[in-house]
Design a binder for this molecule. Structure first.
Ligand SMILES: Cc1cc2nc3c(=O)[nH]c(=O)nc-3n(C[C@H](O)[C@H](O)[C@H](O)COP(=O)(O)OP(=O)(O)OC[C@H]3O[C@@H](n4cnc5c(N)ncnc54)[C@H](O)[C@@H]3O)c2cc1C
Length: 388
């Protein structure tokens, strides 16, 4: 059944994007995984065909497309492989900061490049000593005349190697009380003196996704690169986390659906004791359980996508979806590998890659423990809970 937020145009767009990926990505994806990088050339092709930041206003080179197009792009990229997550991050997580909080000049300068793929974006909050506790970041940006002098280090940054523009969370007032009021967002351009990219990090999964450290050593950034107002960075980040976490839930849900399909096909083909293992009741029950959980996830998610498109505040519900769907996808990954027997543990079987890729979804974009903290806090504050 098609989701209520999807129109005929959305379905046509999905078909076109799938065809594009079949030509330009599927044949090469394994090589990208081996090389640990999606080539820049592919980003440019995505841009040329209108698949990067399609929501950007036409005035800045975009298509003014609604959020459902972003969901479709993200789902189709996840079907290809979770290593494409950086493209979704560029489209729907990092670039939107420029659109929401940038000045007209900043939008004119940067948004057209986000659409063409000339500018790949990253969002850098996490530091070696501060992840979940954002207010504890130590990277400072101290104003000296017309520049901010930035010092500090970020880690685990998606698109870190490719990035041309980094939305950087810094302390412009390191002594602020409470500490989060000292946080600001500054756009750092890749050729900034004093800024360098650290090593590409070796990860358990998502191998084609470039994740890196970023180092700032008296980096000089013009004051006009400040996004919005000084001291408002924490609030801007909170404002955008609803969409970020929703997109993680979209990817995890899609991954669960893909893993289920792969496994359903496998158990029908695989024979043991003279018959297909799909004839065994224990296998059938596990398929039934997975299918039920996947259906629950999809129903919940579709409702949240609609509510997000209607600009409702659904932070609590998105936090629920983020933790539950990512945990569900991890259960599906584990069951799917088990039902593949020894073949599931072999690299040439897709389920092996999927099994490696999925765990990080319950860690990044706010860990699942933090999601539960948000849910509990909001429910207790409102003293009620009812989904719109
Ligand atoms: C592949 C990958 C890509 C990433 N991409 C980016 C990116 O692009 N930009 C970016 O800024 N960051 C990125 N991150 C960082 C990610 O967001 C952090 O790893 C995450 O927020 C957790 O922070 P941490 O690793 O410092 O863990 P910690 O905060 O040290 O947490 C360790 C454990 O303690 C738990 N914990 C912490 N606080 C609490 C609490 N109050 N209550 C209960 N439990 C708690 C956590 O849930 C976790 O289980 C990425 C990480 C990975 C692995």
């Amino acid at each position: 059944m098609s989701a209520s937020y999807l129109s005929e145009e959305h379905h046509i767009f999905r078909g076109a994007f799938r065809k594009f990926l079949e030509m330009e990505a599927y044949p090469f994806f394994e090589a990208w995984e081996d090389n640990g990088l999606i080539p820049r050339d592919f980003w440019r092709k995505m841009g040329e065909n209108g698949f990067l930041c399609p929501w950007v206003d036409e005035a800045y080179g975009g298509l003014n497309a609604d959020f459902a197009y972003s969901v479709i792009i993200s789902e189709e990229l996840e079907r290809l492989g979770a290593g494409t997550v950086g493209i979704g991050l560029h489209n729907d997580i990092a670039s939107p900061y420029i659109d929401s909080f940038g000045s007209k000049n900043q939008k004119e300068k940067w948004l057209p490049g986000c659409v063409t793929g000339d500018f790949i974006t990253a969002i850098a909050m996490t530091e070696p000593g501060a992840g979940s506790d954002l207010s504890a970041i130590k990277t400072t940006a101290i104003r000296k005349g017309d520049f901010y002098i930035i010092n500090g280090e970020k880690t685990f940054i998606t698109n870190g190697i490719h990035s041309d523009l980094i939305i950087l969370a810094v302390k412009t007032d390191p002594k602020a009380e409470p500490a989060h009021r000292g946080i600001s967002l500054i756009v750092v351009e890749k050729d900034t003196p004093g800024f360098r990219k650290g090593k590409k990090l070796r990860k358990v999964g998502m191998h084609s996704q470039d994740t890196a450290e970023l180092i700032f050593d008296d980096a000089r950034v013009p004051v006009e690169n400040l996004l919005g107002e000084e001291g408002k960075g924490f609030y801007y980040l909170m404002d955008k986390l609803q969409q970020e976490r929703l997109m993680v839930a979209v990817s995890a849900q899609t991954a669960a659906e893909v893993m289920f399909e792969i496994t359903k096909d496998y158990v029908q083909e695989r024979k043991a004791f003279g018959s297909s293992i799909s004839n065994l009741q224990t296998i059938q029950f596990r398929l039934a359980e997975m299918a039920t959980e996947i259906e629950i996830g999809r129903t919940f998610l579709d409702k949240l996508i609609t509510n997000h498109m209607n600009q409702l505040n659904i932070v609590t519900e998105v936090s629920m979806a983020k933790w539950w769907i990512t945990e569900m996808a991890k259960r599906v990954a584990s069951e799917s590998m088990q039902l593949h027997g020894g073949y599931g543990y072999m690299e040439e079987y897709e389920i092996a890659r999927r099994y490696r890729d999925i765990p990080v979804t319950s860690i990044y974009a706010g860990s699942n423990e933090i999601m539960k903290q948000i849910i509990a806090k909001n429910i207790l504050k409102a003293n009620t809970y009812k989904l719109e």
